[in-house]
Design a protein around this ligand. Structure first.
Ligand code: HEM
Length: 415
């Protein structure tokens, strides 16, 4: 048996928060290894990177999620007792509830609603001196996903709710005020969505059958009971919050069009069918979800290393998507790499890996890809805009990150 390389530090939590997306890749490079041992929040943890590591991490016989997510993340980003914390049959049953929303017909309905809201926002932007794309797209997506999910939302409420969903995501790598903003946002959102669940159950509010709000309100657990009202709110927010978060990727799509303008014409002509490869490359190239964690179910051996039961293991998502063994010139933005791309469930993992139903892979991957493609079509074909001088840089040490200026556009005109 070999010894896992040890990151020599009393505790690396501060280094993780300072180095962000590069914390794991930096150390893998330093130790010449896809695995190293460290200490996070004063407990031992193993970090792993690469497609082979992902294949092990998503083996449900080897890993479980119960007890893996720190309370600080549950209180902001995830919520408590949601699908992310479940294992085995309980996870499967809950995941089926999410995946029932992802039928082609339902995705089509979301696409129609979102297109309608985009048109409305482009007309509004025409009247604005400048538009902060990141904030506006959060609001736009909040309106669209609430309508899709059967959640009533008044016009005057859109900004507050969108900001709250954004704050929960932004709290991930934050401390102090950033964390508290996410905490307060979650408390407010759970109260709001909890009362909607209650009203639907009591018949005081009508929602269409089949919408997420209806499905979650009347979902039955393995024992035949309804979800606790608070847990139902957490799960409905598990659809609303990440859909609003697609604004981060859409902002990166706008940045990619700015940084690599040759793709604007290629995308506009539609000749090379490049929209999907373009958004896939945005998901690979730009940083969003940095890593995911799980706990070892039962001791096992990987590459001659003993991985002990109960150990927290973090899988490096960002580094795996930039791994030179998988991606030629990984630091080059090259959408063409996704034309005729032969992927596996483990080598391209911006939203986790493995399988959707049996594992924890993101339930909203198709929603994300579809919504990004639609945004790219709007940005290249249905609106004109200018990009004034601004700071478009983004820091890899902030998790999550986005362009410093949040991407400002001016002189917007519908086309
Ligand atoms: C899980 C990323 C959008 C719903 C995840 C995971 C990641 C992720 C990294 C964890 C995978 C794991 O634990 O192994 C993202 C990113 C998104 C996004 C970067 C882009 C904005 C969405 C959307 C939805 C969604 C649009 C819903 C409409 C979920 C759910 C889970 C999940 C329910 C939990 C799955 C489970 O534990 O079984 N996502 N996601 N996500 N995502 Fe997403």
């Amino acid at each position: 048996m070999a010894n896992i390389p040890i990151d020599k530090s009393i505790d690396s939590t501060i280094a993780l928060l300072q180095e962000g997306y590069l914390f794991i890749p930096n150390r893998c490079r330093k130790y010449g290894s896809d695995i190293f041992m460290t200490r996070l929040m004063f407990k031992p943890a193993i970090c792993i990177s690469g497609a082979e590591a992902a294949a092990v991490f998503y083996d449900v016989e080897k890993f479980k999620r119960k007890g893996a997510t720190p309370k600080r993340v549950q209180k902001t980003l995830f919520g408590q007792k949601g699908v992310q914390t479940l294992d085995n049959a309980a996870h499967r049953k809950r995941k089926e509830m999410f995946m029932s929303q992802m039928s082609p017909e339902n995705l089509h309905r979301l696409s129609d609603i979102t297109a309608h809201v985009w048109k409305d926002y482009v007309i509004r932007w025409e009247r604005q001196k400048e538009v902060v794309l990141f904030d506006e797209v959060q609001a736009l997506l909040c309106r669209a996903v609430c309508e899709w999910s059967g959640v009533p939302l008044k016009e005057g409420e859109v900004r507050l709710r969108a900001k709250d969903f954004g704050a929960m995501v932004d709290a991930f790598g934050g401390v102090g005020w950033r964390w508290w903003r996410g905490r307060l946002a979650r408390i407010r959102a759970e109260k709001w969505i909890g009362s909607i669940i209650e009203n639907i159950r009591k018949g005081k509010m009508q929602t269409d059958k089949g919408t997420a709000a209806h499905v979650i309100a009347f979902h039955r657990e393995l024992d035949g009971t309804f979800l606790d009202q608070k847990v139902a709110a957490v799960e409905l927010i598990n659809i609303l919050r990440p859909t609003v978060a697609i604004a981060t990727y859409i902002t990166f799509c706008a940045l990619a069009l700015q940084q690599y303008p040759q793709y604007r014409d290629k995308l506009k002509s539609g000749a090379a069918n490049l929209t999907e490869p373009f958004v896939q490359e945005v998901r690979r190239f730009y940083p969003f979800a940095p890593m995911v964690g799980a706990q070892v179910r039962k001791q096992f051996t990987w590459r001659n290393y003993t991985i002990k039961e109960g150990m927290l293991v973090l899988l490096d998502l960002y580094g795996t998507n930039h791994d030179p063994r998988q991606w030629q010139n990984p630091e080059e933005f090259n959408p063409e790499r996704f034309v005729n791309w032969n992927g596996t469930p483990f080598n391209f993992i911006p939203q986790g890996g493995g399988h959707h139903l049996s594992g924890h892979r993101c339930a909203g991957e198709w929603v994300t890809i579809q919504t990004m493609k639609q945004a790219v079509e709007f940005l290249v074909s249905h609106m004109q805009y200018e990009v004034p001088a601004q700071d478009l840089s983004f820091s890899l040490s902030r998790m999550p990150t986005f362009p410093e200026s949040k991407f400002i556009i001016t002189n917007v005109k519908p086309v």
